[in-house]
Ligand binder design. Structure first.
Ligand SMILES: Cc1cc2nc3c(=O)[nH]c(=O)nc-3n(C[C@H](O)[C@H](O)[C@H](O)COP(=O)(O)O)c2cc1C
Length: 196
């Protein structure tokens, strides 16, 4: 089957891209509004694009009414954010934070998560996350309707002994989850045991 993009409707392209480019990691982005209200939301158009220094990307759509999501508004206003990674036990809480709450709602409170003070940025980290990257905005650009946000990490916080003595990741302890299309997610630990 072939889909000529110019002749394919938006919904089909959405389903193809999100269902086929998988599994995607989930960047759980915490930011702070100029008024000081913490915000937290997950994004699976997310990845690393450089390692030294670490540069991460998230790609964020506008809301249906055309206004930017709180994450984009906060990052553009403050130039800072934290990308937290999502392990299996945080799955339900991550889903709660994906709801469209108004800007004055603090998603940490809604999901029962602990905001933890960051070292290099004002936005709080997710205390329960095993991995957090404290980032300053490196670049913002539009890719068609999406906001592509690139963040340069100033600090990587790694918790819970998920690194061995050589600094290699112990996936049994990290247990990151991956995003598939539709309602589906992967427990990457159980599925990561192909060694190459
Ligand atoms: C697993 C998951 C991945 C998501 N990935 C994206 C994404 O890559 N880009 C996006 O714009 N929205 C994505 N969303 C939806 C946002 O999380 C949602 O719009 C959220 O309300 C934005 O919050 P904010 O207004 O506080 O920034 C995703 C939701 C879930 C549950």
């Amino acid at each position: 089957m072939e889909f000529i993009v110019k002749e394919t409707d938006e919904d089909t392209l959405f389903r193809l891209v999100l269902g086929l480019v998988v599994p995607r990691p989930i960047g759980w982005v915490s930011s702070l509004s100029p008024e000081g209200i913490p915000n937290l939301a997950p994004f699976s158009f997310f990845n690393a694009v450089n390692d030294c220094p670490p540069v991460l990307m998230v790609s964020v759509s506008d809301r249906d009414d055309g206004t930017p999501k709180d994450t984009v508004r906060n990052i553009l206003a403050t130039g800072e954010f934290v990308v937290n990674l999502v392990s299996e036990e945080l799955f339900d809480k991550m889903l709660i934070t994906s709801k469209e709450f108004p800007p004055e709602v603090n998603e940490f409170e809604e999901a029962g998560l602990s905001p933890e003070e960051s070292r290099f940025v004002k936005a709080p980290r997710v205390g329960e996350s095993k991995v957090s990257f404290e980032c300053k905005l490196y670049k913002h650009m539009k890719v068609y309707d999406m906001h592509l946000i690139l963040g340069e990490a100033l600090l990587i916080r790694v918790r819970d002994n998920i690194l061995d003595e050589e600094g290699k990741v112990i996936y049994e302890r990290y247990k990151p989850i991956g995003r598939l299309g539709g309602k589906f997610y992967l427990r990457t630990f159980r599925d990561c045991l192909l060694e190459g």
